[in-house]
Structures are given as structure tokens and as C-alpha cells.
Design a protein around this ligand. Structure first.
Ligand code: HEM
Length: 465
């Protein structure tokens, strides 16, 4: 059976009242059902809008799942003679880089070792807030904090982002994160010419590369000198670079590419997710209070460790619910198969991109009741009749990190970072919006979904901290 439900987007047509690509996909889903063809530029894309179909696509047995690359990143690599990384490599070459990296990064025990390091960053961050009753621009602040955290993962040293001595230019980061979304639009002149837009992007990425090159050199030198076996010379501490070097499967150049990928991938993603989560907690004071009570009963004013973190299911539910409601990526995962395949009995010709509309699925009332409300309880495992109606039940109805071998390699690190920072903030402060602010926060699409406006948070010091 071939797909008959077909939508051909006419660029200049005014017949669709949609505003965003997700609005358009919602309209098409209502018109054609959970699977249809869509032609946006010059090729057909199959869109699926249902968790069962997402399951069917993402669990197809393929050795090397193919995700289309971000074109501007590929163009940059070719023009600058820089080896391809995880985001753009495909096939065996991708797996050659991915396998050793995930062996070290997706093991829960490996990431747990980072808890005290992230906690140290979190405590220093909280210290900067004492006596300051406000976080003026939440996202801007969180970019610095996330850079500091991912710097610990990648280079095993504090970068100084919290005290204004960042080696990373925040403007460069902003250019990179806003450009990758813009570069995905219909017309791509930068593929043929070095347009001013491309030049700005290129300069920013070159700057980032020169930082990571220098940092990796420094970290390698410290390892050679024996001055940084682990963190501060302690070998029992985590050290991704050291683990990758002693693993022996990747040479120095490949490790360099990988670490640069992780550093680049780990900032915008977590900072935006944190900004949405903290906004939700400021709006939903009762949920924030539940987190605080969980902190009080689990750690009080003390330090976190893997045991205490594993018991804190309410704050984890808040993170999940915030990512469900403020979905971190624009649409969802894309897969392309080398051979013809079938989805829900429909024949899909080989090389046709299949797009999982995860952003819409996560907000679809068929799969999460009252989707516009912030209800962390739907992600709690407890059995109770109040939660039953809103319960999250289908694992493929919530996929902020993608799924399968090509899913996010930084997932565990990101979750740990977000949880530790949030716990430390709520342990010390009650957060709220400035009086009169809009409780609703729209999002805009960059590489990751970002708040559409500046988020300001008021802080009230909790007694006893
Ligand atoms: C809340 C934070 C994050 C979210 C929501 C997120 C989301 C995603 C998603 C949706 C994908 C594509 C999955 C797919 O195609 O199925 C991805 C891939 C990736 N992510 Fe993340 N990510 C986050 C944090 C991070 C962090 C902290 C790092 C690095 C430390 C990172 C590094 C990467 C890399 C390198 C890939 C490409 C993996 C590959 O193709 O093999 N991400 N991420």
C-alpha cells in the first residue's frame, strides 16, 4: 500500500493559517491521519505523528542508523578541512567514533562520578546569587553555567565562566546556535558562496575550535606531566579524555573531534532546557515546594551523591514534564533507510526521510491528557487514582533525546547536570517571576528550542541555608 495522504507545500500560498512547522504538522495530522507524505523543499518526507509508528520506525533493525546531517556544519568541515564528527558522520565511520565514546558516556556509573564536580559548579553558582535577589537574564546566565559544567566533562578543568573569565565568547555561541536553525531554511546560498551569514558562522565555529584545540592540548600536557591524572591529580575521579586515550580505539585526532562535538553539543541544549524548567517551577510554586520537601527529606542541607540523587523522583518528574511541555528540539528525530521499508503497512521507498513528529506527539491530548498543564505527577511511578487519568504511559510518546543507537550521547550527563543545578538552586532559594510577568512562555526555534523572551527570576533565600 502506498501513502495517499499527500501534502505539497506551495511556498507562496496563503491558504494555510499555520505559524510554525509544528502547527502545520498538527493541521496535516488532523486532515490526513498519523502518517502522510509532505513535500517542503524538493523532496518528499514521510511524517509520523503517533507513538506506535514512532516505535516502528526507531526500532527497525539497521546497523548504522542514518540521520541527515546539519548541512552548514558539513559545509564548514569541508571548507576548513576539519574531520567530520558524530553529528555529520554516517555508516561505519560514525560507529567507529560513537562506540568507544558511548562506552564511556552512557554507562550510569561513569556519569555518576561527575555528580560532585557538577555540584561544585552548582555551589559556586549559588554563591554568586547570595545577596543578589534576581537572575536578570536566565538563559544568558545558564549558558555560562552549562559551559562551565561541560568544560569539566571535556577538559577536566574549570573554565572560569562563572566569574566572568570565560575563555568562550558567548557571542560566538549565540551565533552558532542561532545560525544552525536559520541555515536549515529553504534556500541555502551558503552552500555555494561564502555569504555574510556563512562567514559569521564560520568565524564563530573557528573560534570554538581554536579553544577546544588549545584546551585539549593543555589537558594532554597535564596528563603527560602526571599533573592531572584525574581531577586535581586524583585518579579515582572521572576523566573522559584520559579514559578515551587509554581505551586505545581512537587516535588523538578523533578524540579531538569527539571532544569538540561534546563541548559544542552540551551547552545550548542544557541551558535552554534549564531555563524552561526553572520558569515552570517559578510559575508552579506548589511543584517547586514538592521538590524542596524532597530535598529536605533526602539530603537536607547536605551534599548530593548517587544514592541521594537516585531517590529524588519528584525533581526528575519535573524535568521530564518540562521537556514534554517545552519540547527541546524543533520537530523530532529523522531517519533515512537504505532499503525500502514498511511503516503501518505503507510502503516507504528507500532514501525517503521519515520524520517523527515528537514535539507534537508529546503535546497531543491523546497521549498526555491536559497537555498544556504542568503535571510532573504523570511521570511518577506511584499508583494513585488522581494521577491515573494524566499518566504518561507510552515510552515513544516522549522522546526528547531521540531513541536507539543514534540517540543523544550526552543524555545522562545532561540529566545529571540539570538535576544537580536545579536541586542546588531550590535547596537555597525560592524562585518566582517578577510581579505582573506573563506566566506563559512561548518558544522559538534555534538549534534547540529556546524561550521566546528574556526570563527573569526573583530569588528569596530559604531560611537555614
Ligand atoms: C537537555 C539536553 C539535551 C537534549 C534535549 C539533547 C537532544 C538530542 C537529540 C534529540 C539528539 C538526536 C537524537 C536522534 O537523532 O534520535 C542528540 C544527539 C546528540 N547529542 Fe544531545 N541533547 C542534549 C544534551 C547533550 C549534551 C550535554 C551533549 C554532550 C555532552 C550532547 C551531545 C550530542 C551528540 C554528540 C549527538 C549526536 C549523536 C550521534 O549522532 O551519534 N547532547 N541530542
Amino acid at each position: 500500500m502506498t501513502i495517499k495522504s499527500t501534502y505539497d507545500l506551495c511556498l507562496f500560498s496563503a491558504d494555510q493559517p499555520f505559524v510554525t512547522i509544528n502547527d502545520l504538522f498538527r493541521l496535516l495530522q488532523q486532515k490526513y491521519g498519523d502518517i502522510y507524505r509532505f513535500r517542503g523543499t524538493f523532496r518528499w518526507v514521510v511524517v509520523v505523528s503517533n507513538p506506535d509508528l514512532a516505535n516502528e520506525v526507531l526500532t527497525k533493525r539497521v546497523k548504522y542508523p542514518f540521520r541527515p546531517e546539519v548541512e552548514i556544519v558539513k559545509v564548514f568541515g569541508i571548507r576548513n578541512n576539519i574531520e567530520e564528527g558524530l553529528g555529520t558522520l554516517q555508516g561505519e565511520a560514525w560507529w567507529h567514533l560513537r562506540k568507544p565514546a558511548q562506552d564511556h558516556m552512557l554507562k550510569p556509573t561513569a556519569v555518576q562520578l561527575y555528580i560532585p564536580l557538577i555540584e561544585q559548579v552548582a555551589e559556586d553558582f549559588v554563591a554568586t546569587l547570595r545577596g543578589v535577589p534576581v537572575i536578570e537574564d536566565c538563559l544568558k546566565t545558564l549558558v555560562s553555567v552549562s559551559t562551565e559544567c561541560v568544560g569539566m566533562l571535556c577538559f577536566n578543568r574549570r573554565l572560569g565562566c562563572l566569574d566572568g573569565q570565560s575563555i568562550v565568547n558567548m557571542e560566538d555561541l549565540n551565533t552558532i546556535f542561532t545560525s544552525t536553525a536559520e541555515a536549515g531554511r529553504f534556500f541555502k546560498p551558503y552552500k555555494y558562496f561564502r555569504t555574510p551569514f556563512y562567514k559569521r558562522f564560520e568565524k564563530a565555529v573557528q573560534n570554538l575550535h581554536s579553544i577546544t584545540d588549545k584546551e585539549i592540548e593543555g589537558a594532554l600536557r597535564r596528563l603527560r606531566d602526571g599533573t592531572n591524572q584525574g581531577v586535581d591529580g586524583d585518579t579515582s575521579e572521572p576523566n573522559l579524555l584520559l579514559s578515551m586515550l587509554s581505551d586505545g580505539r581512537l587516535n588523538k585526532e578523533k578524540i579531538n573531534v569527539l571532544i569538540t562535538n561534546l563541548f559544542g553539543g552540551g551547552i545550548d541544549s542544557t541551558s535552554n532546557t534549564l531555563a524552561f524548567l526553572w520558569h515552570e517551577l517559578a510559575v508552579n510554586a506548589d511543584k517547586q515546594e514538592n521538590i524542596y520537601q524532597e530535598i529536605v527529606t533526602t539530603v537536607g542541607n547536605g551534599d548530593l551523591n548517587k544514592e541521594s540523587l537516585s531517590k529524588m523522583s519528584y525533581v526528575k518528574a519535573c524535568l521530564k514534564e518540562s521537556m514534554r511541555k517545552n519540547f527541546p528540539i524543533n520537530v523530532g528525530s529523522i531517519r533515512i533507510f537504505d532499503n525500502d521499508c514498511f511503516v503501518s503497512g505503507y510502503h516507504i521507498p528507500k532514501k525517503t526521510p521519515i520524520l517523527i513528529a515528537s514535539n507534537n506527539i508529546s503535546k497531543d491530548a491523546r497521549f498526555h491528557k491536559h497537555p498544556d498543564q504542568f503535571i510532573p505527577e504523570r511521570f511518577l511511578r506511584r499508583e494513585n487514582t488522581t494521577d491515573a487519568e494524566v499518566k504518561h504511559t507510552h515510552p515513544f510518546a516522549y522522546l526528547p533525546f531521540g531513541f536507539g543507537p543514534r540517540s543523544c550521547i550526552g543524555q545522562r550527563f545532561a540529566e545529571t547536570e540539570i538535576l544537580v543545578l536545579t536541586i542546588k538552586l531550590i535547596q537555597n532559594f525560592r524562585i518566582s517571576l517578577p510581579p505582573g510577568s506573563d506566566r506563559h512562555l512561548e518558544s522559538v526555534t534555534r538549534t534547540f528550542t529556546a524561550p521566546a523572551r528574556k526570563v527573569t527570576l526573583h530569588l528569596t533565600r530559604r531560611t537555614g541555608t
